[in-house]
Design a binder for this molecule. Structure first.
Ligand SMILES: [Zn+2]
Ligand SMILES: [Zn+2]
Length: 129
């Protein structure tokens, strides 16, 4: 018998996995998310991966420890967020995930404003006719 690496439940020795069935499934789902994010954003930092996939930092670190994810040190990581200065970004992002969300909201808010004013103008024309 050996321990599940995650929940410490005892599992049989004859499995190649280091997790019990429950944890294995949970972890595979996390890993799938990370893998698909990384295929779109190669060399993303652990911070970006965690923020965008919603997978906990500790879980990502765990994958690195197990050798399923590899942390590479290149000059394309540790880029400053253009808005708040966070220093854990890859060159693929100009803003940290938090700022990106805020900016996106602001942009959408602005769009809504233009749509509203356009409608108001059309409405006004109709009346004056
Ligand atoms: Zn488990
Ligand atoms: Zn930021």
């Amino acid at each position: 018998m050996k321990e599940c690496l995650r929940c410490k439940k005892m599992i049989t020795d004859n499995t190649v996995r280091d997790y019990c069935d429950v944890c294995y499934e949970v972890y595979e789902k996390f890993f799938d998310k990370i893998r698909s994010y990384l295929s779109d954003n190669p060399l993303a930092t652990a911070f970006e991966v965690a923020e965008y996939t919603g997978v906990d930092h500790k879980i990502i670190k765990g994958f690195v420890k197990e050798g399923r994810l590899i942390e590479v040190e290149t000059e394309s990581v540790n880029v400053n967020c253009k808005r708040c200065g966070t220093l854990i970004l890859s060159k693929y992002h100009e803003y940290c995930p938090k700022c990106e969300k805020t900016l996106f909201k602001e942009l959408n808010g602005l769009k809504g404003y233009f749509i509203r004013s356009e409608k108001a103008k059309m409405h006004h024309k109709k009346i004056s006719r």
